[in-house]
Write a protein that binds this ligand. Structure first.
Ligand code: ZN
Length: 240
């Protein structure tokens, strides 16, 4: 009787141990999977960097009715980010408010500001960088969005053309073509495909009026975001 009792006791212990072990394994793998998921989210860098041109003491172009380029750039840039989020495309902004990237310093602030933007882009290594600007010209007739790319970047050229096409959809009168540029600092110094989108001319009365309003900003942002989604598909397939 005693012996049998001991055997039952032993086998009960075995079962309890097995159960503890099993629970431990399940819990362990659960927490492990949670950690890896969290790490992955953190490690996943932004696919796109959106750069709202100018900011703070640098207003950019000053258009009709004293429209400041920096304000329109930021408004459109934030809208582009929202549109991209809906498409599950991660985007990071170089600035989120009316501030340059360098807030102290002297006359070389503009240079430092541009260097800081380039540094952020090169460290984040996004698939694509899109810098948002507004144009101006002495002739008020001139209007229409235009996308610029670095002359020596084959990928830059391809994505600029995709974005130009997307922007033409909201303004069929715009016959501008994506244009190569050799000198812009941001285009020359970034190590990832980078384009500058000049959304329109603040010196054209009609376009300036439209660009200062929510509705057209929204349309431009959607066109840019749609273009970016296509650019990412292109770069995933043909990019380096
Ligand atoms: Zn600008």
């Amino acid at each position: 009787m005693v012996k049998r009792g001991k055997t039952i006791f032993k086998s009960k212990i075995k079962w309890i141990l097995a159960l503890i072990l099993l629970t431990g394994c399940i819990y362990g793998s659960y927490t492990l999977s949670r950690y890896t998921e969290a790490d992955q989210v953190e490690a996943k860098q932004a696919q796109v960097i959106l750069d709202a041109g100018h900011g703070g003491s640098d207003p950019g172009k000053i258009g009709l009715n004293n429209l400041l380029e920096k304000d329109i750039n930021l408004a459109i840039t934030k809208k582009v980010k929202k549109c991209l989020e809906k498409e599950k495309i991660t985007a990071e902004l170089t600035r989120k408010e009316d501030k340059g990237l360098v807030t102290t310093g002297d006359g070389s602030k503009k240079t430092e500001d541009m260097q800081a933007r380039v540094k952020m882009i090169n460290e984040t290594k996004p698939v694509l960088t899109v810098s948002i600007h507004q144009n101006s010209y002495e002739d008020p007739e001139i209007h229409g969005a235009q996308v610029f790319y670095y002359s020596h970047s084959r990928e830059g050229e391809a994505v600029a053309k995709i974005l130009q096409e997307s922007l033409q959809e909201i303004d069929p009168e715009n016959h501008r073509q994506a244009k190569a540029n050799e000198t812009y600092y941001l285009l020359r110094r970034t190590k990832v495909p980078t384009v500058i989108v000049e959304c329109g001319f603040l010196t054209n009365p009609e376009e300036a009026e439209k660009l200062s309003g929510e509705e057209y900003q929204e349309q431009v942002a959607e066109a840019v975001a749609k273009g970016i989604a296509k650019c990412l598909e292109y770069l995933n397939e043909y990019g380096n």
